[in-house]
Design a protein around this ligand. Structure first.
Ligand code: FAD
Length: 369
């Protein structure tokens, strides 16, 4: 029996990947996950791999494609994945109950007793698959953490991950003016780097590279952005000074960025003039600004828009092969509620699938909440 308080199953699946669900990643590896224990995810990921999920997708005739960086998306719509999973549920005889809230859970001699809006439910095994705190309007709640606490499990502090940065300092104006502009960059923070697009927004910075680095960012950290990752900027500037001495910096930057961005950078950060007029020190300062642009975000957009929740149920209290609680036989935690968080790119769904699969052979009825 699957209990869900939402009025519709799999709302995040429907919303995901811009409506096309980035359902896994060809290159999924344990290194693509953040957790207090980097080893915890290995067993589940190895025992139910991206290839296992792809096999099911193919068996159901769901058309898909690789967009980039191993990210697999539906050709048509995310509901293909949801329909496939609901079909699997039907075949397995699962009893899906929507609009059902769980009021209390108690341990009994034979398992668990739940008071729900459907009435009382007893079960031998209880699987908590209630996700994290991201996007409360999609049904997210802290319920899984409460259950973990109730049964004596430790929780690691939770925070929003894969989330846009908000900017309130003098950079805000630039972000607003460039809102909608996206640039291929190398973004770094806390010894982690991602090469992808950043997107300027009215509130600050977003785009895949920013979402990725946000999971490694803590309040107060500086994020470094290399706006010209394909160039060795000091050498490029020297070349321009030698080969195009009469061209203005903003003209040259306009060949790399949009004209608007080039003009804004040149006007805000440098004095734009013909290349031959820059001193060695001025050229070095320009190179540093373009290669090492330091951003101090005032915060993130938080759970309202975050794709995932970092932290959660401490993996020390769980078996990595079955996801069963080490404290209570028959109690399981799977998916995002556990302190395992994937990078952007299909890794979070792969963790949800793999951790859901990591259970002993079902000799008893499992109750998924
Ligand atoms: C906008 C968005 C886009 C995303 N895109 C991608 C993507 O393309 N690729 C990817 O890999 N990941 C993506 N993710 C992340 C991914 O959706 C999650 O990591 C994944 O859904 C987690 O699965 P889960 O089953 O653990 O939790 P969820 O999918 O969050 O499911 C939890 C379920 O529990 C129910 N529930 C919660 N509280 C209660 C309660 N108290 N009582 C009863 N039921 C309850 C909820 O209604 C929900 O149905 C995206 C996330 C968001 C928000």
């Amino acid at each position: 029996m699957l209990l869900d308080h939402a009025n519709k199953a799999g709302k995040k699946i429907l919303m995901s990947g811009g409506g096309r669900c980035n359902f896994t990643n060809l290159f999924t590896e344990p290194a693509n996950f953040l957790s207090g224990n980097a080893h915890f995810c290995k067993s589940a990921l190895a025992r139910y791999t991206q290839w296992d999920f792809i096999e099911m997708v193919c068996r159901h005739g769901v058309p898909y494609h690789e967009k980039k960086l191993g990210q697999l998306f539906c050709d048509n719509k995310a509901s293909d994945i949801l329909d496939m999973l609901l079909d699997e549920c039907r075949q397995a005889g699962a009893d899906l109950r929507l609009n059902t809230s769980v009021q209390t859970i108690e341990r009994t001699e034979s398992g668990f007793h739940l008071q729900t809006s459907l009435g009382d439910v007893g079960c031998a095994s209880l699987v908590i698959a209630t996700g994290g705190l991201s996007i409360p309007t999609l049904g997210a709640s802290g319920f899984g953490y409460q259950v973990a606490k109730q049964f004596g499990h430790d929780l690691l502090p939770t925070r929003a991950g894969l989330v846009p940065f908000t900017i309130t300092d003098q950079l805000k104006e630039l972000c607003t003016e460039l809102s909608g502009t996206s640039v291929d960059c190398l973004v770094s923070c806390n010894d982690q780097s991602f090469r992808e697009n950043i997107l300027f927004t009215h509130r600050g910075l977003s785009g895949p590279a920013i979402l990725q680095i946000s999971s490694f960012w803590e309040s107060g950290d500086t994020v470094e952005i290399n706006l010209m990752p394909d160039h060795d900027v000091p050498t490029w500037l020297q070349q321009q000074q030698a080969e195009r001495p009469n061209s203005e910096l903003k003209t040259l930057l306009g060949e790399i960025f949009t004209k608007k961005m080039a003009n804004l950078l040149a006007d805000n950060w440098f004095v734009s003039k013909p290349m031959k007029q820059y001193t060695h020190a001025e050229a070095a300062a320009i190179a540093a600004a373009l290669e090492d642009w330091p951003i101090v975000a005032s915060g993130t957009e938080g759970y309202r828009t975050a794709e995932v929740t970092l932290g959660g149920v401490d993996t020390d209290g769980l078996s990595s092969t079955t996801m069963e609680s080490r404290l209570h036989k028959g109690l399981y935690f799977i998916g995002e509620v556990v302190d395992v968080t994937g990078w952007l790119g299909g890794y979070n769904f792969q963790w949800a699938w793999a951790s859901a699969h990591a259970r002993p052979k079902p000799t008893i009825t499992n109750l998924m909440v």
